[in-house]
Design a protein around this ligand. Structure first.
Ligand code: ADE
Length: 406
């Protein structure tokens, strides 16, 4: 695929990422990343390409691998490579090729890292730790990646500091909820060209991503059932107007299933055996383990591709199950990922998290929250971009809010 369409895609998102553009204007003369090698493992689509180009403009030598075999857009990757960023990725890579690409990025011996899902930082601990000698720190984009890194840290094996970008308010309240909420339906609707209104949608997992998926499903007129393992999240789903039950109960009832749990085998063979003929299965969690593709293969003995991004599995009883995006992240495998304005905030946090690490070298290995100052700065820059003003506290009000006396 030629790079011209990739350049246009990058140009389009650039025009819709005011927070990053403001940071660019502020920092460009200072070149804060001069002399730094930055290794990135992110979904390689246009917004990510713009972040990589910006980091290079701010002085860094940048190398990037895609963070999922199906999320890389080849025209964007080519356009990015033409700017001088080192790119290791292609759409539809095998698992071995994917691992080799991540390794190639690690081999640049980075000072700073941006990861999405923990594969790059994982490799720098298990596999090629000798490549981590120059690492000052990393930043992780996702809930799943942080879960893995906190497990590594709990074992006492984390060898450098990592900023928990996912846990910033300006990240998960927007990216996880509204980003996933919109882009998952973008992927499902583009792939299927079917109506959502009137469908019985089963959302597995009611974290911030699941909340967004369910919210938008209801907005489009679906009936929504939520499955959960957490009693608090289940109560939230109920009070948001969803029905809550188990996947065993929901399996024979749903028309369309979306997994957003971060866990494995959430939709397993016993569920697939009782699903309606024509049920659609989509995953929006980081790894392709939430809908067990191995179980689908075993139950149905193979599949045929009925439309771009749609596999049809036929059960021995003739029932058909449709799997979107090979069970990988449906919003990136079947669409372009989150909207530009959302990734603008997430990637501004990434940029400022890297700058914080660079300005504070020698932090002990641990998972660190993104500071409130960075979080509020990103939120404020977004408001500034929108031209939305805020009230300011009077001194009396500030005093009132910070005093225990009435
Ligand atoms: N685009 C780039 N990274 C993404 C992510 N983690 N989720 C959705 N869209 C993205």
């Amino acid at each position: 695929m030629d790079s011209a369409s990739g350049r246009k895609k990058i140009e389009w998102v650039r025009a819709h990422m005011p927070v990053l553009n403001t940071l660019r204007d502020e920092l460009i003369d200072k070149a804060p990343f001069r002399g730094m090698r930055i290794a990135i493992c992110l979904h390689l689509e246009a917004k990510t390409a713009y972040l990589a180009m910006l980091l290079a403009d701010l002085g860094a030598e940048v190398a990037i691998a895609g963070s999922n075999p199906l999320s890389t857009q080849d025209d964007v990757a080519r356009a990015l490579a033409e700017t001088g960023v080192e790119v290791h990725s292609h759409h539809g890579s095998t698992d071995e090729e994917y691992r080799a690409y991540v390794e190639a990025v690690a081999e640049t011996r980075p000072h700073l890292i941006i990861d999405d899902g923990g594969d790059l930082i994982g490799l720098l601990h298990d596999g090629r730790p000798e490549l981590a000698e120059d690492v000052i720190g990393g930043a992780e984009e996702t809930t799943t990646g942080l879960m893995r890194l906190r497990a590594l840290s709990a074992e006492g094996r984390l060898s450098f500091p990592v900023m928990a970008v996912n846990d910033a308010l300006s990240k998960y309240l927007f990216d996880n909820r509204y980003g996933t909420g919109q882009s998952v339906w973008d992927g499902i609707v583009r792939a299927t060209n079917l109506v959502v209104a009137g469908k019985h949608v089963v959302v597995a997992g009611y974290g911030w991503c699941g909340k967004g998926v369910a919210l938008r499903a209801r907005g489009m007129g679906a009936r929504v059932t939520v499955t959960e393992v957490d009693p608090v999240a289940a109560n939230e789903a109920i009070m948001d107007g969803c029905r809550v039950t188990t996947m065993d109960e929901a399996a024979p009832e749903g028309d369309l299933f979306v997994t957003v749990t971060g866990c494995r085998d959430v939709v397993a063979r016993r569920h697939m055996e009782v699903m309606k003929d024509g049920a659609i299965l989509a995953n929006a969690g980081h790894f392709d383990v939430e809908v067990s593709v191995a179980d689908l293969d075993q139950l149905c003995g193979g599949y045929d591709v009925v439309r771009d991004g749609i596999r049809r599995y036929t059960r021995p009883d003739g029932g058909r199950l449709y799997l979107l995006g090979e069970g990988r992240l449906v919003n990136l495998a079947c669409a372009d990922g989150h909207p530009a304005e959302i990734m603008d905030m997430s990637f501004a946090l990434q940029l400022l998290a890297l700058k914080y690490l660079k300005d504070n070298p020698g932090l002990p290995p641990a998972v660190y929250p993104v500071g409130d100052d960075i979080d509020r700065r990103v939120a404020s820059l977004r408001l500034q971009g929108l031209g939305v003003p805020l009230d300011a506290l009077t001194p009396e009000q500030a005093d009132y809010l910070s005093s225990w006396k009435m």
